[in-house]
Design a protein around this ligand. Structure first.
Ligand code: SAH
Ligand code: SF4
Ligand code: F3S
Length: 468
């Protein structure tokens, strides 16, 4: 930590920091925490890489396209690094963080020598030291150990800056599921849960800064089993349902969400929490990936299509207005036309409010990459188009079903048109509505008057008839 104190900024030493984030919400959270960690060292966020002292690419390795984006970005940064050195005499430090850093390690510097520093998702709490090492001219700046516990202990200290009324909070990291298509168990390491006390402290601090909605994050968030809080040590660990109920008691927190869950880790307590905790939003992301049991088995998903449907039915019985979202992969090795039709049939049965869908991408080091029966790109393209057309229809119908309803909307920011605000419904739909600026940060009832595939519009419900 000596490096930290030697870098304490004087006013003249303000430095510019540019962070570009790829991938999932967990990377968004990590990027915010990196910023928070670097602020006391005098780094101020910048919207562009030009002229920045420190550039961090927080990367994603999930599909080939995501991973390759990093190298094209590094190509664009090279002349900017040279320009900066020529203009100011002080070099730009280029850092690759996140899941590509973890997966490729030292290979990154070989392929892109413009990179100064490589830091994995579980060691970015050491960025201040690592950056100081780069500045001292040591060439071995690479840290991709798995130190998740130490990371969160270190991160507890720096103040979280808050950008608005919603915030992500990572509560669980890593994954032990080893789906055969997926790199996450290799890039994020083994499953680990933050202790309840630590999560509560972070959410309390966010609430004190005006945050109204928190989304609890984890690669496998419903596997959460954090150490019970002080006063409850005898319980050992708490599951996610209990954590959610506990966080709902924190004053100022009005909405709670969590993502991403695995069907195998759905327990009755969590399902019951949807029934009786009104602060838990009735919108649930539960990926299934495929509808054919043969493919689910080859994917090592550890459940059948019927078991997945049974969970959805239980959730709907617990909370009739719950909406479901998911993730799908088409063209996993061995997927026949009949297997794909089983995916289409499952989608029709579930009727998703929204769903992400991807062509299978062969990832180095995963069992799927070595399987026989890799599917032709053209077949994947055709299947994805059919699936996406069905999902778009379902999403449009879900949004249209909101017209005429009254929904509580958390207004987050100015809208595009004068006098308009943008907010989110309980189902995460964007809602545009004419409303006074003072309503930003409040949850107000809106009557929905219009719907498109991606957004809703509405008008304020007159105050005397508002329920929320
Ligand atoms: N932890 C989450 C998913 C993380 S990855 C979960 O278990 O659901 C997000 C999504 O990317 C996955 O749900 C899957 O649909 C998709 N994905 C992961 N690996 C992929 C691959 N090799 N090819 C295509 N899509 C993939
Ligand atoms: Fe990847 Fe499967 Fe783990 Fe999700 S559950 S992160 S898809 S290995
Ligand atoms: Fe990508 Fe890593 Fe998230 S691979 S999806 S950034 S966990």
């Amino acid at each position: 930590m000596t490096e930290m104190s030697s870098e304490t900024p004087k006013a003249a030493e303000r430095k510019r920091l540019y962070i570009k984030t790829y991938g999932c919400q967990m990377n968004v959270y990590d990027s915010e925490r990196m910023r928070d960690l670097l602020t006391p060292l005098g780094y101020e966020p910048s919207d562009t890489p030009e002229g920045s002292d420190l550039v961090i690419l927080n990367t994603c390795h999930i599909r080939e396209k995501a991973a390759e984006k990093v190298y094209s970005e590094l190509g664009r940064l090279k002349p900017l690094k040279e320009d900066k050195a020529a203009a100011t005499g002080t070099p730009m430090t280029i850092t690759v963080a996140g899941c590509v850093a973890q997966a490729e390690g030292a290979e990154i510097k070989k392929r892109a020598p413009v990179v100064d520093l490589v830091v994995g998702p579980q060691t970015y709490h050491k960025l201040p030291e690592l950056i100081a090492e780069v500045h001292r001219g040591r060439g071995d700046a690479l840290d991709t150990e798995f130190e998740v516990e130490e990371k969160f202990d270190t991160l507890a200290a720096p103040e979280r800056q808050v950008d608005g009324y919603t915030a992500f909070v990572t509560v669980q990291e890593g994954c032990d599921k080893f789906c055969t298509f997926c790199v996450v168990p290799y890039t994020r390491g083994a499953e680990w849960s933050r202790p309840v006390d630590q999560v509560v402290a972070e959410v309390r601090a966010l609430a004190a800064k005006g945050v109204r909605e928190v989304t609890l994050l984890g690669q496998n968030v419903n596997a959460y089993h954090g150490a019970a809080p002080s006063g409850h040590e005898a319980d050992g660990t708490w599951g996610l349902g209990r954590l959610v109920r506990h966080l709902a008691l924190i004053g100022g927190i009005e909405r709670i969400r969590f993502t991403t869950s695995h069907p195998k880790d759905m327990d009755d307590e969590l399902i019951q929490t949807f029934a009786d905790e009104p602060k838990l939003m009735p919108y649930f992301h539960l990926p299934v990936q495929a509808g054919s049991d043969k493919i689910l088995k080859a994917m090592n998903r550890k459940h059948t299509a019927a078991e997945y449907i049974a969970i959805i039915e239980k959730l709907r019985a617990a909370r009739s207005d719950i909406a479901i979202s998911g993730d799908m992969i088409v063209g996993f090795p061995g997927e026949t036309d009949a297997d794909f039709e089983a995916t289409m049939a499952l989608v029709r049965q579930v009727n998703y409010a929204s769903c992400f869908s991807f062509k299978y991408s062969r990832r180095p080091g995963t069992p799927g990459a070595a399987m026989f029966g890799q599917v032709d790109e053209a077949v994947k393209t055709e299947r994805l188009a059919r699936l996406q057309a069905l999902l778009a229809e379902q999403q449009q119908a879900f949004n249209a079903s909101m017209v005429g309803k009254r929904l509580p909307v958390l207004f987050e920011r100015d809208g595009r048109n004068a006098g308009q605000l943008n907010g989110r419904s309980p189902y995460l739909q964007a809602v545009h509505c004419d409303a006074p600026i003072e309503m930003i940060g409040q949850i107000i009832e809106v009557e929905i008057t219009g719907a498109s595939k991606n957004a809703l519009s509405g008008r304020l419900v007159p105050e005397e008839t508002r329920a929320a």
